[in-house]
Every structure is written in structure tokens, then in C-alpha cells.
Design a protein around this ligand. Structure first.
Ligand SMILES: Cc1cc2nc3c(=O)[nH]c(=O)nc-3n(C[C@H](O)[C@H](O)[C@H](O)COP(=O)(O)OP(=O)(O)OC[C@H]3O[C@@H](n4cnc5c(N)ncnc54)[C@H](O)[C@@H]3O)c2cc1C
Length: 253
């Protein structure tokens, strides 16, 4: 296998390096130590993502239809190398860019894609990931947060933990149990949740260092529109038949 970059990829690297030298904020470690609160850090990071987005450097391998650059994963790898070389800050919408966005590209309706994908890139919709619970960590099939369908809504009650970025996110990808009688790897549903909805509470988890990089999420009769289900009800597991799989692939047992 030939790992040499093509002339176009080398040019991409050179252009990016030049842009970072001219417009990058410098060493994030030093900048961070001068930003006293986590709110000030979040504000700085969001402005940084928007600057990179305006220059065309966010969503490099996302489709151009949704605001990406349509490049390959190699340009994305070069991007991370150059960001590390410049000691630039990470992008604050990591969950949106690396988890929610790719899941939506693969499984969402066109309406959901149009509503979220461009805004993930521009850091208008910042996502956090509500998967882990006090009794559901490595074993995600133990999720207990309950979602019950009532007319055009689901009513959600329960708790999540270790939620990175929730203190400045405004959207959450949320895994819930919709069918408690189903085998535990089934009966799960994946939602897009607007964190400004009544009944959604974020509580910081304070570490020994005094920092609070993680959070707990609490849901108290939180109402989420049925149109915010990604895939289908009880389809929040790769073993469900509605999930696309490679041609010739078979369903998991
Ligand atoms: C920096 C950080 C950020 C995170 N951010 C998020 C987030 O934003 N959203 C979110 O949903 N979650 C987040 N998590 C949670 C994370 O993804 C895991 O779900 C969680 O850390 C694992 O659960 P647990 O701590 O309850 O450990 P457990 O699942 O209880 O595991 C405890 C120990 O048992 C071992 N173990 C577990 N099962 C088995 C097994 N079957 N066989 C052998 N050994 C086993 C594990 O390896 C581990 O050593 C974050 C975690 C970290 C560390």
C-alpha cells in the first residue's frame, strides 16, 4: 500500500498550514489558562470553529450538499495533523462533527439532515451525547431512560451521566428505551432533542481538580416531537432490520 500523499493533498496541507500560521489563535494550552471560566472557554472555542468554517475547513469529508467540502478522509487526517502541529484548540462541536453528523448522514430523513447538518458545521447546533447512564456504561443495552409515545410526542423520563460538552451544547443525541418488554438490545430509540425544551436539566459534575468537564442530564416529563426520532421507534440498535447494512450483509442475531 502506498501511503504517499498526492500532489493535491500536499497542496491542501501547505494551504492549511499557511492559513493556520496567519489566522490560528496559537497554543491552546496558553490561551486556555487565561480563560477563567468554562463559559469563556466555550465562547472562545465556538468562535474558533466559526472562523475555520468560514474558511472552508470544517466538515472536510462531508457531502457538499450539506455544507461539507466533499474531500476524502485523508484531507480530514491532514487537517488533524496540522491542527496538532499548530497546537490549535479542538473544535467544540466534536460530538456533532464526529458522531451526530455522520449518524444523520447515514440514517436521518432529508428534513432532519437539512435542519441539522449545515448548522453542526457552523456551530449553531452544538451536540452532546446522552448515552451513558449510572447503570449503563460499557453495556449500553442496559439503558433505562424511558420514552413513551403520547400522540405526536414522546414523553421522556430518566438520567444520563458523563455527558461531555452538555454545558454549552444546545442539542442532544439521546438513546432511550421505548419497549421494555423487548430483548434488551432491542426496544431502544435514538432521538434528536432540543436542550431548551422544558424538563431538560443539565448539572455539572465537579472533579477533584475543580474543573467540571462532564455533566449529568435529567429528564422530567420532557416532551420530544415524534419527528425527532432518527430511524424508527425501537430502531436505535444496529440489529434492527430498518438499519442500512452493506450489500450482501446480514442482520446481527
Ligand atoms: C472522558 C470521557 C468522556 C465521556 N463522555 C461521554 C459522553 O459525552 N456521553 C456519554 O454518553 N458517555 C460518555 N462517557 C462514558 C463512556 O463512554 C463509557 O460509557 C463509560 O465511561 C463506561 O461506563 P462506566 O464508567 O459505567 O464503566 P463500566 O461499564 O461499569 O466498566 C467498568 C470497568 O469494567 C470493565 N468491563 C465492563 N464490561 C465488561 C465486560 N463485559 N467484560 C470485561 N470487562 C468489562 C470496563 O472495561 C471497565 O474497566 C465518557 C467517558 C469518559 C472517560
Amino acid at each position: 500500500m502506498d501511503f504517499k500523499l498526492t500532489p493535491e493533498q500536499e497542496r491542501f496541507r501547505a494551504d492549511l498550514r499557511q492559513w493556520l500560521d496567519a489566522h490560528g489563535p496559537g497554543d491552546w494550552g496558553r490561551i486556555r489558562s487565561k480563560l477563567a471560566t468554562r463559559e469563556a472557554q466555550a465562547e472562545f472555542l465556538i468562535a474558533w470553529q466559526r472562523k475555520l468554517h468560514a474558511a472552508g475547513y470544517v466538515g472536510l469529508h462531508w457531502p457538499t450538499t450539506y455544507g461539507g467540502r466533499g474531500a476524502t478522509v485523508l484531507e480530514q487526517a491532514i487537517f488533524y495533523e496540522e491542527m496538532a502541529r499548530a497546537r490549535a484548540p479542538e473544535l467544540p462541536n466534536a460530538i456533532g462533527l464526529d458522531m451526530a453528523g455522520p449518524a444523520l448522514i447515514a440514517h436521518a430523513t432529508e428534513r432532519q439532515k437539512q435542519a441539522h447538518l449545515p448548522k453542526i458545521l457552523s456551530a449553531e447546533h452544538i451536540f452532546c451525547q446522552g448515552f451513558s447512564e449510572p447503570n449503563a456504561g460499557s453495556d449500553l443495552a442496559a439503558v433505562q431512560t424511558r420514552a413513551e409515545r403520547k400522540n405526536g410526542y414522546y414523553v421522556i423520563n430518566g438520567q444520563k451521566v458523563w455527558t461531555s460538552y452538555a454545558h454549552y451544547a444546545n442539542w442532544c443525541i439521546l438513546l432511550t428505551r421505548t419497549d421494555p418488554s423487548a430483548p434488551r438490545h432491542k426496544g431502544l430509540t435514538f432521538f434528536l432533542v432540543d436542550m431548551a425544551s422544558p424538563g431538560f436539566t443539565v448539572k455539572p459534575l465537579r472533579q477533584m481538580s475543580g474543573d467540571a468537564e462532564f455533566n449529568e442530564l435529567y429528564f422530567d416529563n420532557l416532551e420530544v416531537p415524534a419527528e425527532n426520532v432518527v430511524g424508527r421507534e425501537n430502531g436505535g440498535s444496529p440489529s434492527c432490520s430498518s438499519w442500512p447494512r452493506p450489500a450482501g450483509g446480514r442482520a446481527m442475531p
